[in-house]
Design a protein around this ligand. Structure first.
Ligand SMILES: NCc1[nH]cc(CCC(=O)O)c1CC(=O)O
Length: 338
């Protein structure tokens, strides 16, 4: 019997863009957001999204600081360099501040809400009307595995307790519901909003409310591509957001200057105020007893100036004691097992 399947017209490889990302629902949603924007700006291309399970997705047990920073990105970058993918969509906060040879941050998309949020267990909200960290009684247990969040929370709310809490957003919300020990968890606003789950948010945390600063790059999407790949760089130019890009360059430069190759728990907050980029940053010891804070504002209009600005604020933090705090954290770190 003759085949009735119509042969698809040959694909023009130069018009196909292979987009890689992690396979989690949040990562796939983020890739779809980027592809929708690319389709609108560059409709001549065909975009194909590929989801991948990375080492970071598989290892749910090791403490986060025990895992290399590139755990969520390295395998995706291998595919990028092998030309299997043409671009990779990441949460910018999961991207190491130094990328492998040949890979570059092709563009940073418009930042969504960069704040962390507190989600209080629904049962406790219904019963007591609790809405914020300040409402929680002494000894309440917060689920989070992030050293940045734990250190800052210990400093501001010394009576809170913490429990390791990992997994994708759905799993974390489910665990909050099921675990009688937990009163609340901390999640990034952007993830919840992208998944349409922001109704769970009890409190938005920021320097002026809750006293917690977010992670470097939080709330922004970073699109990685091959250095010198003009076809892809041209396409990505249509997505680039200038204000987000400069703010995130400054944040990443601050982090790069502080970390010396290791991931460190630092919080930041950047806002454009009267045309200036205001950068707040904090480095806190893991027990929350010591902390160094910075706040500056500067007119920034180039990537180089943003880079210099982040570096300068980082060196200022170091000169006022952040170096000592970070050395103690790095000395206490177990040797990475993966
Ligand atoms: N740590 C995982 C991660 N990476 C990016 C986001 C949220 C989305 C974003 O910051 O853009 C999250 C979840 C969370 O921290 O709650």
């Amino acid at each position: 019997m003759a085949s009735t399947t119509a042969r698809a017209p040959p694909q023009d490889a130069s018009k196909t863009i292979n987009v890689g990302t992690r396979k989690s629902l949040l990562a796939m949603t983020q890739a779809e957001i980027v592809v929708a924007a690319l389709k609108a700006a560059q409709p001549d291309y065909t975009y194909v999204i590929h989801g991948m399970t990375t080492a970071g997705d598989r290892d749910q047990n090791s403490a986060l600081y025990n895992l290399g920073k590139g755990l969520w990105t390295t395998q995706l970058e291998d595919k990028l360099m092998a030309n299997e993918y043409d671009l990779v969509v990441h949460s910018l906060k999961d991207m190491p501040t130094t990328l492998p040879e040949g890979c570059i941050l092709g563009c940073t998309t418009t930042r969504e809400d960069p704040r962390d949020t507190l989600v209080i267990k629904q049962e406790l909200v219904d019963k007591h009307g609790w809405k914020s960290l300040a409402d929680l009684p002494d000894g309440s247990v917060i689920g989070t595995s992030s050293l940045r969040r734990i250190a800052q929370l210990r400093r501001r709310y010394p009576s809170l307790k913490f429990k390791d809490h990992r997994g994708n957003i759905h799993k974390r919300l489910q665990k909050l519901n099921d675990d009688p020990e937990l009163s609340g968890i901390i999640l990034a606003a952007a993830g919840l909003q992208r998944m349409g789950m922001d109704a769970h948010i009890s409190q938005f945390l920021e320097s002026d409310s809750g006293g917690i600063l977010h992670a470097v790059g939080q709330g922004a999407l970073g699109v990685e591509c091959r250095e010198g790949d003009e076809r892809v760089l041209n396409i990505l130019r249509s997505l680039q957001d200038e204000k987000t890009t400069l703010a995130c360059i400054a944040e990443r430069s601050l982090m790069r200057t502080l970390e010396g190759g290791c991931s460190v728990p630092i919080g930041v907050e950047t806002h454009w105020v009267d045309g200036k980029l205001r950068l707040r940053a904090t480095v806190v010891s893991l027990d929350g007893t010591e902390g160094v804070d910075a706040e500056e504002a500067e007119s920034i209009s180039t990537a180089e100036a943003a880079e210099e600005y982040g570096k300068r604020v980082a060196l200022d933090l170091v000169s006022r004691g952040a170096g000592k705090i970070l050395d103690a954290i790095n000395a206490a770190k177990p040797v990475p097992t993966v």
